[in-house]
Design a protein. Structure first.
Length: 291
């Protein structure tokens, strides 16, 4: 079945409450099924809406018998009834083109990293929330902020995949095309106060993060009125330890191996050319009042 994409209707069809992340990403797209012609369907970005005749969606796929869903490529199928399926968490769209961070981060890495790795964290997080639906009313940050409150059977899944979702959502935002350069605003002054100058800060951040054994992240946090550089393993986020990360760099091999192979320090050095200092300043303002 082929569909023709029509202009977005702008209508929101769901009465379900949205969490803040979803509010940003939600949109409605209307498709017309070419085979049945009269069947117009609306697809909203957090799940799907259907009409008799066909479903069009690019997100999680619903298995009609089990009501379980799985992620997959764009797909179309047919149904005879009205069904609406929503998922708690969604992959936010990349805020720029996959190739926009070239030559520092290559297109193929960005595509895999966003569409496959980040999507997997979101998919797995939704799987955990499916077992405990009340968790789905919390933002992903809230989930990982108090891991002790997460039911034990899904706690590790939420730690790894909730962390993965939060970390990558931040990661895409703190980078931008033609980014980098010297820091600006309040964060520039704080870096100067706590590290002497930007070059010294960058050197310390890169050295510290290069030493993170295996997969993990390097972070800049604000603690006790001062900036600090820390690392974490896996997808652990400083939020779980009470600190809001101002910036973080992903040093899982999936973030750099296609272009930089085993040369993590080269990737770390190049990454600074992508930094979105406006976004980092916004996060610094949040970090200063974070409780
Ligand atoms: Mn990653």
């Amino acid at each position: 079945m082929r569909v023709r994409r029509l202009p977005a209707s702008g209508k929101q069809r769901s009465n379900q409450p949205l969490n803040p992340l979803e509010r940003k990403t939600r949109r409605t797209v209307t498709f017309r099924c070419k085979r049945t012609m009269n069947a117009e369907v609306s697809y909203d970005f957090r799940g799907c809406a259907v009409s008799p005749g066909c479903i069009a969606q690019t997100g999680p796929r619903i298995e009609p018998e089990t009501k379980n869903w799985r992620s997959g490529p764009s797909w179309l199928t047919q149904t005879n009834d009205y069904r609406r399926i929503t998922v708690a968490y969604e992959l936010p769209p990349l805020p720029y083109d996959y190739a926009a961070l070239e030559p520092h981060i290559d297109e193929a890495t960005m595509k895999l990293h966003h569409d496959k790795h980040h999507q997997t964290y979101v998919t797995n997080l939704n799987g955990a929330v499916e077992k405990h639906p009340d968790l789905g009313s919390k933002s992903p940050e809230e989930l990982i902020k108090d891991l002790a409150s997460i039911p034990e059977d899904v706690r590790k899944v939420v730690q790894n995949n909730g962390g993965g979702h939060v970390n990558h959502t931040m990661f895409w935002q703190i980078m931008k095309p033609k980014g980098g350069g010297e820091p600006s605003g309040d964060i520039a002054a704080q870096i100067k106060a706590d590290f002497g100058d930007f070059e010294s800060f960058k050197k310390l951040f890169n050295e510290t993060t290069a030493k993170q054994f295996g997969s993990g992240w390097g972070w800049l946090i604000f603690k006790g009125g001062k900036l600090a550089i820390v690392t974490s393993a896996n997808q652990d986020n400083p939020i779980s330890q009470g600190s809001y990360p101002i910036l973080g760099n992903d040093v899982w091999e999936h973030a750099y191996y296609l272009k930089y192979q085993n040369k993590r320090p080269d990737y770390l050095a190049a990454w600074w050319n992508t930094v979105n200092w406006d976004e980092v300043n916004k996060r610094f303002a949040t970090a200063k009042s974070y409780k």
